[in-house]
Design a binder for this molecule. Structure first.
Ligand code: ATP
Ligand code: MG
Length: 330
């Protein structure tokens, strides 16, 4: 039986944090066996917020992100892993899809509103069109499933609407993709402002734990994480800081939320933080070691990137040709 297809991507806007890992990347590694997987470094997307940063920084971020995802467990013999800019069809399909997306529906995207508030000096058209490029990423490979964090749900809805509209206007062309989110970890919050999602682009270094953070830094960030008043360990809307730490524990330990509350029933906040630090350190240390090893393998990484892009291009070209033909381009 043919395997179903999965597509997902991550921006090289900085190092990956535990939110990216638990919400997306950890899941990607598990899916490689069962699905026909395409994973990308969304470097074109990252141009939407990189106006003032050096080209050399973006280049090293792309390289580092590629190494990190391999260190997390992506396996290029099981999945197609590439950089988005290495497959020209992404931008080409995005242009076509721009013309099948209404201004009004793109304007509703909350990420555009959030990011344009945060980067008020750089509200570029690319930032506005970002979700349509994302739709092109997904539809180009005819993905059935898109494993992402919950913050991307609205963008996936837009991709579905664009696919349905195109299919109706012409004839069935794209699969209408479904969201695949983990039961726990789909939205990890900032350690310093637990009502905000953890983000790579957050200026506060203490708001996230990076997969590149050393053990002492991990322990220090968890120790400093904002918790709430009271001393009872429980999930509660009134205790977003504590609930976030419990979710992180659940996602790393793969224990159910009820079990985790049980484990810490008579513990103090400080004990929970200590146990959580030990768990996170134990998970991240081997990934970090492998990452440091891979960063020295420049020729190998470059070859993997090229082979990944060639493989992706092969599929992408077929879909783009089909789309061009359907809309009447020669
Ligand atoms: P940026 O701030 O630059 O947008 P980001 O941290 O949001 O960075 P992305 O590259 O936009 O990271 O997203 C990569 C993947 O990580 C997506 O699938 C996204 O849904 C997921 N993700 C991002 N933040 C979180 C989070 N806090 N919790 C769970 N998943 C997340
Ligand atoms: Mg994001």
């Amino acid at each position: 039986m043919d395997k179903k297809t999965v597509f997902s991507a991550i921006q090289p806007t900085g190092s990956i944090h535990i939110g990216n890992y638990l919400g997306a990347v950890k899941n990607w590694c598990k899916l490689q066996d069962e699905y026909n997987c395409y994973f990308a470094i969304a470097d074109l997307h990252s141009l939407t917020t990189s106006l003032n940063s050096a080209a050399s920084l973006l280049r090293s971020n792309i390289f580092d992100m590629y190494c990190m995802l391999l260190a997390c467990g992506l396996n290029t013999s099981q999945c197609t892993f590439f950089c988005q800019s290495g497959v020209v069809q992404h931008s080409q399909l995005a242009w076509v899809l721009n013309c099948y997306t209404q201004y009004g529906e793109a304007k509703r995207m909350t990420q555009f509103k959030d990011k344009s508030q945060k980067n008020s000096d750089n509200v570029n058209v690319g930032l506005f069109a970002y979700p349509i490029l994302q739709a092109a990423d997904i539809l180009l490979y005819n993905a059935h499933y898109v494993p992402i964090g919950i913050d991307q749900k609205q963008h996936l809805e837009l991709s579905r609407n664009i696919a349905e509209r195109f299919n109706q206007r012409y004839s069935p062309t794209f699969n209408v993709p479904d969201l695949l989110i983990p039961k726990v970890g789909a939205k990890i919050f900032s350690l310093t402002e637990p009502l905000q999602k953890m983000s790579k682009s957050d200026e506060n270094l203490n708001s996230y734990i990076l997969l590149t953070d050393d053990n002492d830094t991990i322990v220090r960030k968890i120790k400093r994480a904002v918790t709430d008043s009271g001393d009872r360990i429980e999930y509660s809307k009134d205790k977003p800081g504590l609930s976030n730490l419990l979710s992180i524990y659940c996602a790393f330990s793969e224990c159910s939320p009820a079990k985790v509350v049980d484990i810490f029933e008579s513990a103090s906040y400080a004990q929970l933080k200590e146990e959580l630090s030990a768990l996170v350190v134990a998970h991240l240390e081997p990934i970090r070691t492998e990452y440091q090893r891979l960063k020295l393998e420049k020729t190998f990484i470059k070859r993997c990137m090229e082979e990944g892009a060639d493989k992706a291009c092969h599929t992408a070209k077929k879909m783009l040709d089909k789309v061009y033909k359907k809309v009447g381009l020669m």
